[in-house]
Ligand binder design. Structure first.
Ligand code: AMX
Length: 435
């Protein structure tokens, strides 16, 4: 039976040729124009990157190698007796551009379980941080401490040929993915369970083992985590975390450095941190209103107050999406099936009924609909993962699958250093301001 790495190496040559031929035939084709407003507006709508693993459609939402979330829920292998896809499967799909069968997914699981050893200094480095250090900061520190294991760093120093860069990148990416759940669980148990750590169970799948190390052995929670780890993997290439990982990787920084950089972006409140902010916002609203299920009118008043205070309503809006995020819908379906009467789910549902209309009324919010973060915290809360400061770490563990699959392809396709140009307002005015 071929090793997973050999299987991947066979894909490289034909893809390299496909890309090279395409550039040779169409490299001069103009695909868009840039407006001055886009330079000041966070480059919205500019197609400027190649990311093969997924593509975001404003109306439809995310597709991974062409497959939507409902399609993947149907087609990807499941844990025995389970209904949700195994994230090992979506990783395989993103990297190999092929749907895996049950056996292949088991091999990915086993491969990661074999790689999951963490050198003890990583735990020591995390333990040296004060307990009030945000979990995302601890996570990034842990990732950087893991960099002592970098294969790319070693290979580069030994003078590796550039045609082989992908190989140590593959090793680093696979090792990092395999080790992140343990690092994340370590931080969680350190902060919230008096450092009472739980040993991994390598007989479980990657998410099941992660849930186990966090301290959750309820099979329904394992299913939730499989869904969570599947839907947060990737969101094409321009979002802050994916773009950062690609950009830093383009300097031939290794997977550890690139991924840690991206995680600092994910930790921003307009990006991944929004999932903890949603819960904080809902709890603050509930506290202000004296507990219980707030009425639609009460929620509407609270939303208006948030906007009047010059703050964003977390979990709503998106830079690309213009409809309800299918990742939100997948989580809502899960809640409707497993916890339709959960108090917090009732609030999240009511918020969904109220917020879009008010955001629309502002006349400036381009997408009034909920994104992935508007729902995830409620599901975690339901099963007792109540420490919302930790939520973005879960997001980060999942994001490793898409972004590191992309990084392997960046090296396999020999993508160059990313270095776009910048200009100044003065120069723009000189060039274009006189018309
Ligand atoms: N609440 C209040 N105002 C909002 C808003 C929201 N949820 N979403 C957008 N706006 C405002 C913007 O702040 C901006 O205001 P300004 O002109 O005064 O600066 C205006 O509406 C236009 O913004 P936009 O073009 O609609 O959005 P964007 O592409 O600039 O930003 C995003 C996208 C996600 C940062 C924004 O919608 C937002 O801040 N949402 C809340 C935070 C959140 O949920 N982030 C998670 C996104 C998903 C993810 O990355 N995990």
């Amino acid at each position: 039976m071929q090793r997973l790495k050999e299987l991947f190496s066979e894909k490289i040559e034909s893809t390299q040729k496909e890309v090279k031929d395409f550039i040779a035939a169409h490299g001069d084709t103009v695909i868009g124009e840039i407006k001055i407003s886009q330079l000041y507006g966070g480059m919205r709508g500019m197609q400027a990157l190649i990311t093969e693993t997924s593509k975001l459609d404003p109306a439809e939402g995310i597709r991974f190698r062409g497959y939507s979330i409902p399609e993947l829920q149907e087609k990807l292998p499941k844990y025995p007796g389970g209904e949700q896809p195994l994230p090992e499967g979506i990783f395989y799909l993103m990297l190999y551009n092929e749907l895996p069968d049950d056996d292949t997914v088991r091999r990915v699981s086993n491969n990661w379980a074999r790689r999951a050893q963490i050198p003890p200094h990583v735990f020591k480095v995390i333990d040296a941080l004060p307990m009030h250090t945000h979990p995302m900061t601890q996570f990034v520190v842990g990732i950087m401490a893991l960099r002592t294991e970098s294969e790319f760093k070693k290979a580069y120093r030994n003078g590796i040929n550039k045609s082989e860069y992908w190989e140590p990148t593959y090793e680093d990416a696979m090792n990092l993915i395999a080790r992140l759940p343990r690092v994340a669980a370590y931080i969680y148990r350190r902060m919230y369970h008096n450092g009472d750590h739980i040993e991994p169970d390598p007989s479980l799948d990657w998410s099941g083992n992660f849930a186990h190390m966090l301290g959750f052995d309820n099979e329904e929670f394992h299913e939730l985590l499989r869904l969570y780890m599947t839907i947060h993997v990737d969101h094409e290439g321009g979002n802050v975390s994916a773009h950062t990982i690609h950009l830093v990787g383009s300097a031939l920084s290794d997977a550890y450095q690139s991924f840690a950089a991206g995680m600092n972006g994910l930790a921003g409140p307009l990006h991944g941190l929004a999932n903890q902010e949603v819960i904080r916002w809902i709890f603050a609203m509930r506290d202000e209103l004296g507990g219980g299920l707030p009425s639609k009118e009460q929620i509407a008043n609270y939303v208006r107050q948030t906007l009047n205070d010059g703050k964003v309503v977390p979990g709503f809006g998106h830079a690309v999406l213009r409809k309800t995020d299918p990742r939100y819908t997948a989580q809502r379906d899960f809640a409707q099936k497993h916890m339709p009467h959960d108090d917090l789910f009732q609030i999240v549902s009511r918020v969904y009924e109220v917020v879009p209309e008010i955001l629309q009324e502002t006349g400036k919010v381009k997408n009034p609909w909920p994104n992935v973060d508007a729902h995830s915290g409620q599901l975690l809360m339901h099963y007792g993962l109540t420490q919302y400061d930790f939520y973005t770490v879960l997001f980060g563990v999942s994001r490793s699958l898409g972004t590191l699959a992309s990084l392997i392809w960046d090296r396999a396709l020999g993508f160059p250093l990313e270095r776009p140009g910048s200009t100044t307002t003065e120069l723009l005015k000189e060039q274009y301001g006189k018309k």
